[in-house]
Design a protein. Structure first.
Lengths: 351, 595
């Protein structure tokens, strides 16, 4: 009988964090998204952030709307409850869930269609309410799940200047969040783990509404009508062997670039995205400056990434509503029901 | 001949003229004399300037339905004067401000005019123009106290109560009241043959509107989250919830609120918040009216299919579309019962009185938790916004909330496997878990997409079908849980069926029938899906009259559809707005005596 010594593996997936869990304990079910979809990179970053923070997975609640992006809560934190609600309405469901139990971590994942079109009203009002949650938009500038219709965030950075111009002006959720009073506003790129994971960690620990707009390329439909490099174009004009329902496997796009620098990313359709990372000495406590910087970058065809704005120690919705520290969903009859004597007094006031 | 404690008086005012508080003081004073009253606001969808009417039906017999003509009209609005004069029954009284001469073309010689120079009386007494306007209402209140024999001490007591803390307002109010009172005593023939006298008929009952009672019911039922969007006639549910929760739901030590109220950005968000809270184990509700229900339908389907408790008050108003926002109707039944696409249906409750609004509100949270589904309380403007003599609200301190099938961490440790939608008890209702309960067991993904018993997404037709049929089993379970119809069956040939506020005029309808020697059985439907008792009542009676307040016989449609009975078994007695005793009486009489 021979013994083979088991190799010692230091793979990050197998390392224990402070609460004795492995990265694997933060994973979810296997993704059914297209290979190389930016959304999967975001899920991976969430898994890393949560496990590195050593937070108990079952104390998270994951909420989403409808879309490829909104499917992703299945693919991380398998031991926490998830709620895939209806298109564009995650913010209200998250509001109710949060009101019921203030002690959980709430992660909302939405898409650009979900948040910037059908759900723009709910997005705006969740920001206003200072809901204590992490709100992520997997922003691919298109409607992935319904196969590539234009999105209201489409016209962003240099990519939009290629192909057929989008007819309507674009909506920038980051600028909206800044204007409406979100106390943590950041933008990142799905393939930039070095930037995204720390942002997610900071956002999870932030009290109040933390918003991260993650540019997350769609491998299937990140194309414009008329773009000669788009997948659609190739399908219709390229080699005959490509069938209409054939999907080509793609690689996840990863980037790693320095603070303060600009980085050009070639997307799956061949278009270029110019990412510009905030410099290390950027002061994220000035909301007006943040707004200006975002807009300046836009003017020059860049997408500004990093932590744009943060304000700590602000009150959240529960502080505003003066609810008790004990979660409302744990209140017992004796705490909720005023009882018959009190009811008699109420009756008396109607006599 | 003098009559006691039996008349209808209508006040015709201009919206925003401060008449509302004087008018409700009038009703409350009579109520405090022990005489049952029912009030009705008839008001426009407008804040200032348009006509409003306030009607009080005073009735020892508790005949509280609407009557076409009134005994006394207090005509304070020149603009509606013509129609107001017409609304007085022959032999009735028209009370008006004769500071300006009456338009003689409008005079009727079959009614009695009672003129009081209200403006002239006020002018020398009050300098402030706002007070002059406000106190007109108080002057007629004083005059009516002499004419109808309202106990003046009761009235004065009410003024002191109303202005408690603003003592400088008490004296001027009482002064204005006395101006009217003394004028009437001096110059008019007091009292009228229509009079009030102290009565024992109120007992320990209360004068309250259904929305307030429903809101208190929500507090007692353990609701901690209310999300809403303003819409007449439902707004006062949320407002009353806030008002009372601030009194009785605040931590006595810390002053913290054991409730959260969100005025949402729209009705979609309001129901979304309720669903999120329900998913996370807090009792939550929203209050709305028809247009809000229309907006909520997508979410209602989600809550039905994902099986999440929610309570919705639908205070119905006249549709379609914006319809008549300030008029009552029972026309949301079909829309609410089947709200949302796909095979979706929801339990409905039909309260008829404020006391029942309270009870059904509290019960609805149990039903929603037990059935893991949205439950709609189908009130309406008439019940919701008008004060009526109602049984006092009662609570049994031994009552425990029924939170339905929710597994705790200990339960999860005990069970071998957990499947959110496994029909363990064969009643169509699975066990649910709340987020955050257990580190490794019981988590699942809630979704509006098709899924298997373990909440895993699937499009397998057999699994889908099985799930849809399980939901039907749950529907059967609901029938045994929801309030039974209230039936009075003495073996008559004719059955009269009603629900919600069509019950209000029924006492009078039945009295009219009895006076004509016609006896009928009655059934007041209180919930949907219908229990067996509803079906047997309908099948045992040769004729069934079903009284409803909508054009399309919506309750009849539900009955025929759900019970599979023949449409011929039900004869509809439809009112587009309010049901009336005299009309129902005539129809039932004609049908009962086919000669
Ligand atoms: C009420 C409603 N309308 C339309 C749809 C169809 N629909 C599903 S996902 C989607 C767009 C999703 O786009 P986005 O939010 O950007 O997500 P992505 O798939 O790009 O991640 C649409 C229109 C729906 N599910 N519900
Ligand atoms: S369609 Fe686009 S967004 Fe959807 S999974 Fe595929 S790559 Fe991702
Ligand atoms: Mg998208």
């Amino acid at each position: 009988m021979t013994f083979v010594a088991k190799p010692k593996i230091h793979h990050p997936l197998l390392q224990f964090n402070e609460i004795g869990l492995k990265r694997r304990d933060y994973e979810g079910s296997v993704s059914t998204l297209c290979a190389g979809c930016g959304h999967d990179s975001v899920s991976a970053a969430i898994i890393m952030a949560c496990s590195e923070l050593s937070l108990p997975p079952h104390r998270f609640a994951k909420l989403s709307g409808i879309g490829c992006s909104s499917k992703t809560p299945s693919y991380f934190l398998g031991n926490s409850h998830g709620f895939n609600s209806v298109h564009g309405r995650m913010p209200s469901v998250a509001t109710g869930a949060n009101l019921a139990n203030r002690e959980m971590y709430y992660i909302g994942v939405s898409g650009d269609g979900d948040s910037a079109s059908i759900g723009i009203g709910q997005f705006a009002h969740a920001v206003r309410r200072q809901l204590n949650m992490l709100y992520i938009v997997d922003n691919n500038g298109t409607y992935g799940l319904t196969k590539g219709q234009f999105s209201a965030t489409s016209d962003r950075g240099s990519t939009s200047k290629k192909g057929v111009p989008i007819l309507y002006s674009s909506i920038d959720l980051v600028s909206m969040a800044l204007q409406l009073g979100a106390t943590f506003v950041a933008r990142s790129f799905s393939g930039d783990k070095q930037q995204l994971v720390p942002l997610l960690k900071a956002a999870l620990l932030h009290k109040g509404f933390a918003f991260i707009d993650v540019i997350s390329p769609c491998v299937m439909f990140n194309n414009h009508n008329g773009s000669t490099k788009s997948y659609d174009y190739l399908r219709h004009n390229g080699s005959r062997v490509v069938e209409a329902d054939l999907t080509l496997p793609h690689e996840e796009i990863r980037v790693n670039y320095e603070a303060g620098s600009t980085h050009a990313v070639t997307l799956h359709d061949g278009s270029t995205l110019h990412l510009q990372k905030l410099a290390e000495d950027y002061d994220p406590t000035d909301r007006i400056k943040a707004l200006t910087r975002v807009q300046e970058a836009q003017e020059t065809g860049n997408v500004l990434t990093g932590l744009l704005y943060v304000k700590s120690d602000e009150s959240d919705l529960h502080d505003i509503l003066e609810t008790p520290s004990k979660p409302l969903n744990e209140m017992s009859e004796s705490e909720l029901c005023p009882g018959s004597q009190r009811l008699e007094q109420i009756n008396q006031s109607f006599r | 001949m003098t009559t006691f404690n039996d008349f209808v008086i209508r006040f015709a005012n201009v919206n925003g003229s401060g008449s509302a508080s004087a008018n409700s003081m009038f009703a409350k004073a009579i109520f405090r004399m022990g005489v049952p009253v029912a009030t009705r606001n008839i008001f426009p969808s407008n804040i200032q300037g348009l006509p409003t009417w306030f009607e009080v039906r005073v009735s020892d017999l508790e005949h509280f339905g609407l009557r076409d003509q009134v005994d006394i009209m207090v005509a304070m609005n020149a603009e509606t004067y013509k129609q107001d004069v017409q609304a007085v029954r022959t032999g009735g009284y028209l009370f008006y401000d004769n500071s300006k001469p009456l338009d003689r073309t409008l005079v009727r010689d079959d009614i009695v005019e009672i003129g009081i120079p209200i403006s002239h009386l006020i002018l020398p007494e009050f300098a402030d123009p706002k007070q002059r306007q406000l106190f007109k209402n108080i002057v007629y209140l004083g005059a009516l106290s002499s004419l109808l024999l309202i106990d003046f001490d009761v009235l004065k007591g009410m003024v002191s109560e109303q202005y408690k803390g603003k003592d400088n307002l008490i004296q001027p109010n009482i002064h204005a009241m006395e101006l009217g009172r003394h004028y009437a005593q001096e110059y008019l023939e007091c009292p009228l043959p229509i009079q009030l006298r102290h009565s024992e008929n109120v007992g320990d009952r209360i004068l309250i509107d259904g929305n307030t009672a429903g809101a208190i019911g929500a507090i007692y039922g353990g609701a901690s989250i209310c999300a809403w969007y303003p819409i007449t006639p439902s707004t006062s549910v949320a407002e009353a919830f806030e008002q009372h929760a601030k009194r009785v739901r605040v931590d006595p030590e810390t002053g913290e609120n054991r409730f959260a109220i969100i005025q949402a950005e729209d009705e979609l968000a309001a129901l979304g918040i309720v669903i999120g809270a329900g998913w996370n184990g807090a009792r939550a509700f929203t209050a709305t009216s028809g247009p809000g229900i229309s907006l909520m339908t997508e979410f209602l389907g989600l809550a039905y299919f994902a099986e999440i408790p929610a309570v919705i008050f639908d205070i119905q108003r006249a549709g379609p579309s914006t319809g008549m926002p300030t008029r009552t109707q029972q026309a949301d039944l079909l829309g609410a019962a089947f709200a949302s696409h796909g095979d979706t249906k929801h339990p409905l409750l039909f309260p008829s009185t404020p006391r029942e609004c309270f009870e059904f509100a509290a019960d609805a949270f149990d039903f929603a938790d037990q059935l893991q589904t949205p439950v709609l309380i189908m009130s309406d403007l008439d019940l919701g916004m008008n004060e009526i003599t109602s049984d006092a609200l009662r609570w049994d301190d031994d009552r425990k909330y029924n939170r339905g099938k929710v597994l705790t961490a200990e339960d999860l440790d005990r069970v071998e496997s957990f499947g959110r939608y496994v029909d363990v008890d064969d009643d169509g209702i699975g066990y649910r878990t709340l987020p955050g309960t257990h580190p490794t067991k019981g988590s699942f993904f809630t979704r509006g997409t098709s899924r298997d018993e373990y909440a895993i997404y699937t499009e397998d037709p057999d699994i889908y079908t099985k799930n849809m049929n399980r939901l039907l089993r749950k529907w059967e379970t609901a029938k045994g849980l929801l309030p039974k119809a209230e039936i009075n069956d003495t073996g008559q040939v004719v059955g009269v069926v009603y629900y919600g506020t069509t019950a209000t005029p029924m006492k009078e309808t039945l009295a009219l029938l009895e006076n004509s020697g016609i006896y009928v059985d009655t059934m007041r439907i209180r919930s949907f899906p219908f229990g067996e008792e509803v079906e047997s009542f309908l099948s045992f009676h040769q004729f069934n009259f079903l009284i409803e307040q909508n054009r399309d016989a919506q309750m009849k449609t539900l009955l025929v559809n759900e019970l599979g009975i023949s449409p011929d078994q039900i004869e509809s007695d439809l009112f587009l707005i309010r049901s009336r005793a005299e009309f129902s009486f005539a129809r039932i009489r004609n049908k009962s005596r086919p000669d």
